[in-house]
Design a protein around this ligand. Structure first.
Ligand code: HEC
Ligand code: HEC
Ligand code: HEC
Ligand code: HEC
Length: 309
């Protein structure tokens, strides 16, 4: 009897041991297959073709002998660790202009000069998950139930507005147009920005700082992200926020992007002086509520279908 128990125990231990070894093996294999290692391998091969050994033997040999490694930038100002450059390896290297993603040089080298990678990183302008080392995890597209994503192309200027309040000075035309629309559409009749405007709707002064997790995505079709929420909310406020008194603005998709760019730029975040873009001495922030009649809260024509929701 005792022997039988012992034998069972021994078999159990052996099975457990084998399972552990198998798991360990799988981890090692999976680690070796990390996608970023493949990108770095391909990048290395491309780089070796571009540089000549004769020109700089030390550099060439160092590249040839290099092993894949996670590259990261630590940005104290934003409390961020960013690993985007683990894959976007040629982002500030002119040798990689015109190469395919993720190796290509930044499409706007002038911008990179003013905002060097070591100081600014990427996510302050692009959003996304800085610490991730996978394509999926860095949120190139929306992840279900994870409302952080890369800023979409049409909304990139929202991030410029974090630090640059004089939009004209940096040619941020979408911000300029968004702010104009905000005035023309009488949004200030119901919303406050920096103490200007009415109080029917939420204060928008820090709209960009609002936690993306705090929005209701039940009626949003374009993915769980704040930018999708904002765009769809502007297209049809009552659909995304049932019961909202906001009526559907008569705007083109492009104008909706301008407006979204503008509201997504509104932050109360403060930056230290090293990250604060100086505005010209004669710059005066424009008034936002200079064209504001009382908002009409009765259901607008065309909104009847929403009555009673
Ligand atoms: C695991 C590798 C990897 C990491 C890490 C990574 N990227 Fe990418 N990224 C790619 C690849 C590959 C593409 C090209 C995708 C395509 O063309 O379909 C890409 C494309 C992009 C694009 C072009 C637009 C788009 O969405 O296709 C941007 C912008 C971008 N990445 C920004 C970032 C930022 C910001 C980070 C850090 C938060 C980051 N990437 C981290 C691999 C990576
Ligand atoms: C100062 C803001 C800023 C910073 C910092 C920045 N970018 Fe960009 N990036 C932009 C803007 C603006 C564009 C242009 C978007 C467009 O095509 O209209 C852009 C475009 C890109 C594109 C091409 C997108 C496409 O769809 O083709 C990639 C890839 C990219 N950036 C990656 C990065 C990576 C990686 C970093 C960090 C190493 C970075 N950027 C840092 C502002 C920035
Ligand atoms: C984190 C803050 C921050 C963000 C975000 C940011 N910038 Fe800047 N930018 C700066 C700082 C700081 C300078 C240096 C300004 C100075 O020297 O006074 C600068 C300089 C510039 C300059 C050089 C001309 C000037 O006014 O000094 C341009 C152009 C510019 N930024 C455009 C942009 C654009 C376009 C975006 C969005 C894609 C952007 N910036 C996003 C902080 C930022
Ligand atoms: C009749 C009053 C009214 C007008 C006019 C109005 N809004 Fe609203 N807005 C609201 C109310 C109330 C809410 C909250 C309910 C909701 O999410 O729709 C809201 C929500 C919002 C939100 C989401 C805010 C948050 O913190 O969740 C944004 C952004 C917004 N409005 C922008 C605008 C813009 C831009 C305009 C001009 C085109 C505008 N609103 C016009 C009343 C109004």
């Amino acid at each position: 009897m005792e022997k039988a128990v012992l034998r069972k125990l021994t078999t159990f231990c052996i099975v457990c041991g084998l399972a552990c070894i198998a798991l360990l093996g799988m981890t090692v294999i999976r680690d070796g297959q990390r996608e970023w290692k493949d990108y770095q391998q391909e990048y290395k091969e491309m780089l070796l073709k571009k540089i000549k050994r004769d020109a700089n033997p030390t550099f060439y040999d160092r590249v040839a002998a290099s092993e894949p490694e996670i590259r990261q930038v630590v940005i104290g100002e934003f409390k961020e660790i960013e690993r985007c450059t683990t894959c976007h390896l040629g982002i500030d290297d002119p040798l990689f202009a015109g190469e395919k993603q993720p190796y290509t040089t930044h499409p706007n080298p002038e911008l990179m000069k003013h905002h060097p990678v070591e100081k600014f990183g990427c996510t302050i302008c692009h959003g996304g998950q800085g610490q991730a080392t996978t394509f999926y995890g860095s949120s190139h597209s929306t992840i279900p139930n994870w409302p952080i994503t890369l800023v979409s192309k049409g909304l990139m200027q929202s991030r410029c507005g974090y630090c640059h309040k004089d939009y004209e000075a940096i040619g941020a035309d979408r911000l300029v147009k968004g702010r104009e629309l905000y005035k023309e559409m009488h949004c200030a009749g119901c919303h406050k920005i920096d103490d200007q405007g009415g109080g029917v709707g939420p204060d928008l002064s820090a709209f960009a700082d609002k936690d993306p997790g705090g929005f209701d995505y039940n009626y949003v079709e374009g993915g769980h992200s704040k930018q999708a929420w904002v765009i769809e909310h502007f297209k049809d406020p009552k659909k995304v926020s049932p019961g909202s008194p906001m009526s559907r603005p008569a705007l083109s998709d492009e104008q909706i992007e301008y407006l979204a760019t503008y509201v997504l730029s509104l932050t109360r975040r403060e930056f230290t002086r090293h990250y604060t873009a100086k505005a010209k001495a004669d710059f005066v922030p424009p008034k936002l509520d200079d064209v504001v009649p009382e908002p009409d809260l009765s259901p607008a024509a065309g909104d009847e279908e929403d009555a009673g929701r």
